[in-house]
Design a protein around this ligand. Structure first.
Ligand code: ZN
Ligand code: ZN
Length: 280
């Protein structure tokens, strides 16, 4: 039994549009994971949420969990791009971490409200529930969700999701700055990737290359070379690189992917609109 993953968008920091960005997509991070029992788990709500909402609508109304890594705008502004919030029959559980700057309820109710947005949470027709990441493992149907903090300004969580009725698993690690890690960060992250067995796929922040990562120290993002090293140490065979730099057009990303594949044939760059199968 496998998991299915839809890439709504994996552009980093800000959306981009135009013919030069069609292959990899210009929308910011939003993914949809569908479990073996039809569980629907949305990972982050960047502008790719529009495409995710279309996929959700195709399967019909029901329960959806939206899991946030953190609340930077490129991962949350797509909450205003989900028309399903304003349709009856839907039930959304918004699940996320609490940082010193606040948790999921504060982030969402501040953002989706005047003066930024005319129709606040109380005006939504869908059932909305807020939940904090409190336990070590959370269940969404037969999906098991674990998390660990990763270095990023203001805080961010990486998630591991396991199909508990299959061997399929993935780690979603957007927005992390590996060069800023402590020994403890490294230990806990690698342990999550490896335990109970190496995840099938690592989805990870590849905003930079090593050549420019130093110049942007403190911006909160990693290089693709670090990402491939992490995957190798964790024994994860397949890597999906995301959080593409906003200025990197299709031509640049195609060239980067060729370079990446020379180092690691199991790695690829995420393309908006693609469906991936994880496990068998
Ligand atoms: Zn981001
Ligand atoms: Zn961020």
């Amino acid at each position: 039994m496998s998991l299915r993953l839809f890439i709504g968008g994996m552009r980093g920091s800000r959306p981009v549009t135009g013919a030069a960005f069609e292959e990899f997509g210009g929308d910011t991070t939003a993914l949809l994971l569908v479990g073996s029992q039809g569980e629907r788990l949305v990972l982050d709500a960047g502008t790719g949420m529009s495409a995710v909402a279309r996929q959700l609508a195709e399967a019909g109304p029901g329960e959806v969990t939206v899991l946030f890594s953190h609340y930077h705008l490129d991962h949350a502004v797509g909450l205003t791009m989900n028309p399903l919030f304003y349709q009856p029959g839907w039930s959304f559980r918004l699940l996320g971490p609490t940082f010193t700057d606040g948790g999921v309820r504060e982030a969402v109710t501040h953002l989706v409200a005047p003066p930024y947005w005319p129709l606040p949470v109380e005006r939504m027709s869908a059932r909305i529930e807020f939940a904090e990441i409190a336990a070590a493992e959370i269940r969404v149907g037969r999906l098991g969700v674990r998390s660990c903090p990763v270095p990023h300004p203001g805080g961010c969580l990486a998630y591991r999701i396991d199909g508990t009725d299959s061997n399929a698993s993935l780690v979603f690690a957007t927005d992390l700055e590996w060069q800023k890690r402590t020994k403890a960060d490294e230990t806990v992250f690698l342990a999550m990737c490896r335990t109970p067995r190496p995840a099938d796929v690592l989805i990870i922040d590849a905003h930079f290359a090593r050549a420019n990562a130093k110049a942007f120290a403190g911006w909160g993002h990693s290089s693709w070379e670090d990402d491939l090293d992490i995957a190798r140490s964790a024994g994860v065979p397949r890597v999906l690189l995301g959080h593409h730099a906003p200025d990197a057009d299709d031509k640049a990303l195609r060239a980067l992917e060729q370079q990446v594949k020379k180092h690691s044939p199991g790695a690829a760059l995420a393309r908006a609109g693609q469906w991936l199968t994880i496990g068998n």
